[in-house]
Design a protein around this ligand. Structure first.
Ligand SMILES: *[C@@H]1O[C@H](CO)[C@@H](O)[C@H](O)[C@H]1NC(C)=O
Ligand SMILES: *[C@@H]1O[C@H](CO)[C@@H](O)[C@H](O)[C@H]1NC(C)=O
Ligand SMILES: *[C@@H]1O[C@H](CO)[C@@H](O)[C@H](O)[C@H]1NC(C)=O
Length: 384
């Protein structure tokens, strides 16, 4: 990314420390979530990676989610114990096909059908499975499996059709931001042509089936790769004076934060392939709270600011400059610090909570002029 408007970085400005953590008024929250779900309003969910020593048992984990009023989660697999424990709760879940299963599923319809039988039909609708994310950042991390991606998606979809679950459960695949090139200004973004032979039919599939384009979008990495060019405040959704906003010279749209620019880059990239009816779902976004000496911006303050402001931004429902009418839902990366993940230090430090469910930091999210209020009650409770 190369932003046109450049300003020196300004130290992070904090809001109050009235830590209205995702807690308070749980009745108004659940009311809101119900209303949101009826209206298909945008929501904030959480990724649950499990490279955690002493991870809560499935039953404890589900209790924890309920205590935190977490109603949307994404798993990196389809853990049977957890799916069982989620039965008869309000928690909606995206399950995943790990990259190492793509080969088997993409090359055999019967393997795909048995995957659906074992991991979806066995639990739905008691467990509210909303989508299947097929692989993770396949094009950029395991390009050798890329030719199997669409066959796997189609076979899984066909198996859902056979069970008449295809309208309730969507099938898609999360992409890294790096499949897009020239992402700023967003009006010039496009998908790397190397992947057109996959992206074109994939987008046609998503359009035909009403499924979202899943994107893992990290302003943190944009900042790390463009230090001194992209102001930290733009990455953290901090208030900017108009002169610090990024202006897209082609559309004259003003961008007050990097995430919106990345989402609009995805819309423009799709439009370049003649697709304009597929919504962007942000399957991962977050900020690490700890890093090594080369990761000085991975701090508790920045992580707290990013995630708190991200939540507010979603619930403000202001969409993006290009699509003010459409606010993407976001799954925060991630619920727990995955202490077992390999270095750098930041890899183990994306979570809102330690594995034992004590908070790494307390989000400060409080609504002003909006009807929502999130709260994690008193004490505690919160992958690349
Ligand atoms: C899977 O089923 C689809 C649709 O019936 C068919 O077109 C495709 O050839 C099958 N794939 C394999 C690997 O058998
Ligand atoms: C597009 O993707 C290919 C395959 O990963 C990569 O080799 C190439 O460098 C990318 N193009 C650009 C301009 O980054
Ligand atoms: C998109 O539409 C334009 C105009 O109809 C056409 O020239 C172009 O080939 C299309 N691109 C794709 C990827 O379908």
């Amino acid at each position: 990314m190369a932003f046109t408007s450049m300003v020196s970085t300004v130290p992070v400005l904090f809001f109050f420390f009235t830590l209205l953590l995702i807690s308070a008024n749980s009745s108004s929250l659940s009311h809101n979530i119900k209303v949101q779900e009826q209206d298909k309003d945008p929501f904030v969910g959480f990724n649950i990676g499990t490279d955690v020593s002493n991870l809560l048992s499935p039953t404890e984990l589900v209790k924890f989610l309920q205590a935190q009023k977490v109603n949307h989660v994404r798993l990196y697999d389809a853990d049977p114990e957890l799916l069982k424990a989620l039965a008869k709760t309000k928690v909606r879940v995206i399950i995943s096909v790990p990259n190492n299963q793509l080969l088997a599923i993409g090359s055999s319809n019967s393997t795909a059908a048995s995957w659906i039988g074992r991991n979806v039909v066995a639990y739905y609708p008691e467990t509210l499975i909303t989508a299947i994310s097929v692989g993770d950042e396949v094009l950029t991390t395991v390009p050798s499996s890329a030719p199997l991606l669409l066959p796997a998606i189609e076979s899984l979809y066909n198996a859902l059709v056979a069970s008449n679950l295809h309208t309730q459960i969507k099938v898609s695949t999360p992409h890294a931001a790096s499949i897009m090139l020239d992402t700023f200004p967003p009006s010039q973004a496009y998908f790397n042509q190397t992947w057109h032979s996959i992206m074109v039919p994939l987008l046609q599939f998503l359009s035909k089936t009403g499924s979202p384009l899943m994107m893992n979008l990290y302003p943190y990495y944009v900042y790390m790769q463009n230090k001194g060019v992209v102001p930290l405040d733009n990455c953290l959704f901090e208030p900017l004076t108009p002169s610090k906003e990024m202006v897209d010279p082609n559309t004259l749209l003003h961008y007050t934060n990097v995430l919106d620019a990345m989402v609009d880059a995805a819309y423009v990239s799709m439009k370049n392939l003649n697709v304009s009816d597929v919504a962007v779902l942000v399957t991962e976004s977050g900020w690490p709270s700890k890093g090594d000496s080369k990761e000085p911006y991975a701090t508790i303050d920045n992580a707290d600011t990013y995630n708190s402001n991200l939540i507010k931004h979603v619930f403000d429902r202001t969409g993006t400059p290009l699509h003010p009418e459409m606010t993407s839902s976001v799954y925060i990366y991630e619920l727990f610090n995955e202490d077992l993940r390999a270095p750098p230090v930041s890899e183990a430090s994306w979570g809102l909570f330690y594995g034992n469910s004590t908070p790494v930091y307390l989000l400060h999210v409080s609504g002003s002029g909006t009807s929502w209020k999130l709260h994690f009650p008193g004490k505690q409770e919160g992958r690349k």
